[in-house]
Ligand binder design. Structure first.
Ligand SMILES: [Zn+2]
Length: 244
């Protein structure tokens, strides 16, 4: 089972940890992309999205993490909602000027529909994560991904403990089951929840998005049946032109 932990370390450091053992096939589309590397990179995108979203408070807010493996031309896109649901899709993408390494794009959507997006690139998955955390986050935080876990550590306000965060992360790296950690080690697990997979898209919502995207366009050139994918989960819908 995939889980999200909220942990307090030494009373002053807030840690969010996502442990993904069993990523949903709906996220990495096995028929086309089933390889161990794709699976591992899907887990990276999903676990980062989960820990970043676990901090969201506003209803209907979400985090979308897009991790692109430039050499393979594969993009993993995972959206985690404030309520704990995760959905995603993997697909190809068109290469730009960058010829190798990784691109990480993180979009924060507020409940009011405002988006904040940041894009970083680097030679490895670890490099883009470090770049994101040092360049894009406004707070003192650490974000590490190892194996099937992502860990985000942030200072609580008015504290100065981030230097010890690296030590805490090392302990967590050796303990994939944080339940086993005790207060004597400085860790207090305050919440454990299951990560849920699923998208709330419907044919109706996808059709609405298509109508908006086509606004003002000449649709006479379109096929009679239009295939549209949900941009969050990749599910394909078929919409008849006459329905538009
Ligand atoms: Zn969907």
């Amino acid at each position: 089972m995939d889980k999200l932990y909220k942990i307090i370390y030494c009373d002053d450091l807030r840690i969010h940890m996502a442990v993904i053992n069993d990523i949903s096939e709906r996220i990495y589309c096995p028929e086309e992309f089933d390889s161990s590397e794709n699976r591992a990179e899907s887990i990276v995108a999903a676990s980062i999205a989960a820990v970043l979203a676990s901090d969201l408070k506003e209803a209907n807010s979400s985090i979308t993490v897009m991790l692109r493996n430039v050499v393979k031309g594969v993009s993993y896109s995972v959206t985690a909602q404030q309520d704990g649901r995760i959905c995603g899709t993997v697909g190809g993408y068109t290469k730009g000027v960058l010829k190798e390494g990784y691109i990480l794009e993180v979009v924060r959507r507020s409940g009011l529909g405002k988006d904040y997006s940041s894009v970083v690139c680097g030679s490895s998955v670890d490099a883009v994560i470090d770049e994101y955390i040092t360049g894009s986050m406004q707070r003192k935080a650490l974000l590490k991904v190892y194996g099937n876990c992502a860990v985000l550590a942030e200072e609580l306000p008015f504290t100065d403990i981030i230097a010890q965060g690296a030590e805490a992360l090392k302990v967590l790296q050796l303990n994939p089951f944080p339940e086993a950690l005790t207060e004597e080690n400085g860790f207090r697990v305050v919440e454990v929840s299951d990560l849920n997979y699923g998208c709330t898209c419907t044919k109706r919502s996808v059709k609405k998005a298509l109508v908006a995207a086509l606004a003002g366009d000449d649709i006479s050139q379109l096929e009679d049946i239009i295939e549209v994918s949900c941009k969050l989960c990749g599910k394909k819908y078929h919409i008849e032109k006459s329905e538009l």
